[in-house]
Design a protein around this ligand. Sequence first.
Ligand code: PLP
Length: 397
Amino acid sequence: MALKGTFRPDTIITHAGLDPEANHGIVNPPVYHASTITFPSVAAWDEAHKPDFKGYIYGRYGTPTHRAFGEAVAAVEGGAGCIAFPSGFAAVVGAILAFVKTGDHILMVDSAYFPNRRLCDNFLKNMGIETTYYDPLIGGGIRDLIRPNTKIVYTESPGTGTFEIQDIPAIAEEAHKKGCVVLMDNTWSGGMFFNAFKHGVDVSIQAATKYIVGHSDAMLGTVTANAANLPAVEAGFKALGYSVGPDDVYLGLRGLRTMHVRLRQHQENAIKVANWLESQPEVARVLCPALESFPGHKLWKRDFTGASGLFSVLLKERPKAAVDAFLDTLKIFRMGASWGGYESLALPVSNVLHRSAVPWTEKGALIRLHIGLEDADDLIADLQAGLSKLTQVAKAA
Ligand SMILES: Cc1ncc(COP(=O)(O)O)c(C=O)c1O
C-alpha cells in the first residue's frame, strides 16, 4: 500500500508515489518500456477510451513508471497532478501552449530563462500571440500591464542569471482578479524551498534536469498544476505529442528521493562560498538571495524556506582576458550549460544583454556559479586561485 496520511516534507519526498505491494514488495516501481499496450477484447478497448479510465492506453500517454514519478512530484509540490515532459524547456513550451491561442497576450518576466524569449519573440509571435516583458520587481504593479486578452502571467523566481525575487503573491492576486493563469518556473527551489501553490501560482514548471534528476545524466521537465488548471495541461500534453522515455523518468524518480538532502548541502556550501566571495576585492556584488546584502533577501526570507546552489557573482570591470583567465584557472568548477547536478559549474552570463523591460547596465562580467556537493573549502580555494590569476592578468594588461 502507498503510504497514506499527513506527513512532513522529508517523508513525502521519500515515499510519495511508491506502492511496493503492487510490485512484489520491491521498493521502486519497474521501468516499463512500452509503446503498444494490448487489450483482450473490444469491451476492454472501449472501456479504456472512457474519460474516467484510470489504466494505461498507449506508451506515449505514460506507464506506471511515469505515474509514480508524477504522483511523487505533485505530492512534493502540493499540486493536484504533475506531467513529465522530455526536457525543462519542453515543459515551459507545453505549459504555455496549454493556455494560449491566436490573439492572446502573455506577460513574461524580463529575467526569464533566455529560450523563453526565443519562443515568444518568434514562434508565438508568428502564431499571433503577443508578449510583453515586465520588470521582475513589478509586484502588484502588474495590474497596469494586464490587458483584456492577457491569458498568462509568467513568473520565474529567482530570475535567471540575476536572481531577482518576485513578489509572487502580489502578482498572483492581481493576475487572478483579471482571470489570468499564473505560471512559474520553480526550478531553482526544486519545488521544495518554494511552495508555489500556497503563494498563488496555478502551474509550477520545473526543469527536472536540474535538482530533481540531480546527477547531470538525464533531460526531464515537469508541469505541476492545481486542480482547476490540470485538465488544460493534460490536454496540451496529449495534443502536442510529447513523450518521455521511461529510463529518464526513472532517473527523475530516483533523484527525487534524495533531493531534500542534496539541496540542503547545496545550500550550506553555496552560502559559505557566497559569503567568502563577498569579501573578495575583485568582486563587485554577489547576487545570491540568501545573503542579507541581496536586495531581494527580505522577500526570499518571507516566501522561501531555503536557497539552492545557484547564484551569480558580478566582477569588477576588468579586461575580458582577465575574466577568461579566471574561468580557465578553475579546476573543480567546470564550464557547462545546465546546473543542479552534484558538481560545481561556472559560466559567464551574457543573456542579460537581451533584457528589454529593465536593461542590464552593469559593466563587469557576470559569472553564474552552481555550487555542488564538493567540500566548500576546496571550492573556495579553487575560486581564490582563479581570482588571483584574474588580478595578475588585469595588472599586466
Ligand atoms: C530556469 C530554467 N528553466 C528551464 C530550463 C530548461 O531546462 P532543460 O535544459 O531541461 O530544457 C533551464 C535550463 O537551464 C533553466 O535554467
